[in-house]
Design a protein. Structure first.
Length: 177
């Protein structure tokens, strides 16, 4: 049944984005806010919710729901990846400030990248690939990209869709063990 749900989700994604199947995120790496690298390959076979974030945005309180979502489903395989970005000029000046702000204000312990470009010519290769193959590009902070266990985009949501909203939770639950 889960395989059938995933097949329909992938078909829907390819129809909704007007493209052939997404080539997947295999090989994509981000610089970690803690130093080192975060490799999408390390999460192969697991759903990953990738969210471009900012510390000084009206949507910043969504960090609370992102952490709740991660706490609720991480034992079942979900990864929530926060990607701080200053593309909309609402991020703190350094990764150290972002990390401290997120830990102290929201108690975040989910994976987080260094400050990263998510749109335009300087977009991180992950976001450039998502844009190329699905047409999705963040238009603001806290846009969400759900990657399925096979590394393909399952769904995307705008800033106004909260992490614990029914569409997000339903899509994630359909991909979990």
């Amino acid at each position: 049944m889960k395989r059938l749900v995933h097949m329909f989700a992938a078909l829907f994604a390819s129809l909704a984005f007007g493209t052939a199947a997404f080539a997947g995120v295999s090989g994509q790496r981000f610089s970690s806010i803690d130093g080192g690298q975060l490799a999408m390959d390390d999460w192969a076979g697991r759903p990953v919710l990738v969210v471009n974030t900012a510390s000084q945005c009206a949507y910043t309180p969504q960090y609370t729901e992102l952490q709740t979502l991660y706490d609720r489903y991480r034992a079942r395989g979900l990864v929530v990846l926060a990607v701080p970005s200053d593309d909309f000029r609402q991020e703190l000046d350094s990764a150290a400030e972002v990390k401290e702000f997120c830990e102290l204000t929201f108690g975040l312990d989910l994976p987080m990248t260094d400050i990263t470009h998510v749109r335009g010519a300087d977009a991180h290769p992950f976001y450039a690939q998502v844009r190329r193959e699905t047409g999705f590009e963040p238009k603001w902070n806290f846009q969400k990209v759900l990657i399925g266990p096979d590394g393909e985009v399952v769904a995307t949501w705008g800033s106004g869709t909260k992490p614990l909203s029914e569409p997000v939770v339903h899509a994630i639950e359909g991909l979990l063990d």
